[in-house]
Design a protein around this ligand. Structure first.
Ligand code: ACO
Length: 435
């Protein structure tokens, strides 16, 4: 499906000597000139491994999907700047681009959209799955479990056609699963998808409509949601995508790999941050809107408070997605009203942080989550669904990475090493001799 990306452009080399053993390691460069030492021979030649907790300095693969320059605030999918895609494309177009590697032609896009709308329904037996879970279940683990369970409905022998079919079905069914997990959590009957509606509108209707009253989708809201999905569609080797690739490296199927990715995304330091941003803004508002006091706490090393939605492992300047969302945030609130107090607090926090030595010296800028939560809130998305929307958006990126891994004949099962710090060998002590 995706084009072959694994090239090994050796540009230079580095000689290393350790305890009398020498090795020459190649330096490889990517298409944007980012360089890496290829350490594949390091251990067999010198006995050394590299140690990089958190993988901040580790390239785990060759990838041709997304390019990020965190210092310059650049994000591109398959070479196309995120700003241009955000302004001119649609989410399904971006999904095709990420998975197939090129922008679709008009007929390719029309066929893809047609395929997606034809597969939005869930097998009727899946309804029983939702009712088996507790009513107050967070929709994120419900989605992860539902995606894992879908594997039981698709058990054909895996070949390229099957992988393609499964990818289409996942993108098509994800909004239905997401909306049903929400309906289950509030005790309302689920709504079936309507295939005459575009992707984002279909989801909004299944979320907010009821069998008694249809939900008329505001085009501004649908456009904002489609934009949010585009901005979340991929972000190279982040925690959840690396999880998808890690699980996929064992040749686990796409459902299992995506389900693991959703679980990784749920964490508050990753996809869960936009929920935490809203909770933070609401807490500041409830305490009278004292932004300065909150900032003192966020900077205090004896206080665990963080300015949620600020800072990023890769971006050391303004996250380009946050810049786009800040504008959309104002448009959406101008249209639907509500949340304007939270937006005011967010803008004030940002203004202070961008001048404050603590944040400036640590290169902490707003990330995508800083404004996305305010938009979700304005369009009525409940806070516990924020991360689920992130997962809907990230799905094509996860699929593209999983496909890239599968199409790479040289890919191996991922298996990092460690530096062992436990006890040295010691003899077993009989139970009766232990105190
Ligand atoms: N508020 C206050 N201080 C912060 C923040 C913050 N949001 N983020 C980082 N810092 C401080 C740290 O305390 C640390 O200070 P120190 O050097 O004095 O010890 C320094 O900045 C570096 O922080 P690290 O946690 O080491 O940076 P790392 O790259 O590991 O973490 C992360 C990045 C997890 C995103 C972090 O900035 C954070 O927790 N931010 C808030 C949560 C958030 O918004 N997450 C969403 C990320 S985007 C996404 O996943 C889609």
């Amino acid at each position: 499906m995706a084009p072959e990306t694994r090239t090994k452009p050796i540009q230079d080399q580095i000689d290393l000597e350790f305890e009398g053993k020498r090795v020459t390691l190649p330096v490889v460069k990517g298409s944007e000139a980012e360089a890496a030492i290829d350490i594949a021979k390091l251990r067999s030649s010198t006995g050394l491994i590299t140690l990089d907790p958190g993988y901040g300095n580790t390239g785990s693969c060759y990838s041709g999907i997304t390019f990020i320059d965190g210092e310059k605030g650049i994000l591109r999918y398959r070479g196309y700047p995120i700003e241009q895609l955000a302004e001119r494309s649609s989410f399904l177009e971006v999904a095709w681009l990420l998975i197939q590697g090129e922008l679709p032609s008009q007929s390719q896009l029309a066929n893809f959209q047609q395929l997606i709308v034809r597969h939005t329904m869930l097998h009727e037996d899946m309804r029983r799955f939702f009712t088996a879970l507790p009513k107050d279940a967070h929709p994120m683990p419900v989605c992860a479990a539902a995606i894992g369970a879908l594997a039981t409905f698709y058990q054909r022998q895996e070949d390229e056609q099957f992988r393609h079919d499964v990818a289409v079905r996942l993108i098509a069914k994800m909004p239905t699963i997401a909306a049903w997990s929400y309906k289950h959590s509030i005790g309302q009957p689920v709504l079936y998808p309507r295939n005459d509606l575009p992707y984002a509108s279909n989801f909004l209707r299944m979320m907010f409509g009821t069998p008694c009253e249809d939900y008329v989708v505001d085009p501004v809201v649908a456009k904002a949601l489609d934009l949010l999905l585009i901005l979340h569609a991929d972000h190279e080797q982040n925690c959840s995508t690396s999880t998808v690739r890690m699980v996929g490296s064992s040749r686990a199927n796409l459902f299992a790999s995506i389900s693991a990715g959703i679980s990784a995304l749920w964490g508050p330091l990753h996809g869960g941050a936009n929920q935490e941003v809203i909770e933070m803004l609401e807490a500041i508002e409830a305490e009278g809107g004292n932004v300065d006091r909150f900032m003192q706490r966020a900077k205090d090393k004896n206080d665990t408070t963080r300015l949620m939605g600020f800072g990023h492992r890769v971006y050391k300047s303004y996250d380009p997605r946050a810049a786009i969302l800040k504008r959309t945030c104002k448009e959406v609130i101008g249209r639907v009203g509500g949340s304007s107090r939270l937006l005011e607090i967010a803008i004030k926090l940002e203004e202070i942080a961008l001048r404050d030595e603590y944040f400036v010296s640590r290169k902490l800028y707003p990330n995508v989550d800083f404004y996305s939560g305010v938009i979700y809130k304005a369009i009525g998305i409940p806070v516990n669904m924020f991360t689920v929307l992130f997962a809907i958006g990230r799905l094509p990126g996860w699929i593209a990475h999983w496909m890239e891994l599968r199409n790479d004949p040289a890919s191996k099962i991922n298996r990092p090493r460690q530096i062992y710090t436990g006890p040295k060998e010691r003899p077993y002590v009989a139970l009766e001799a232990r105190r």
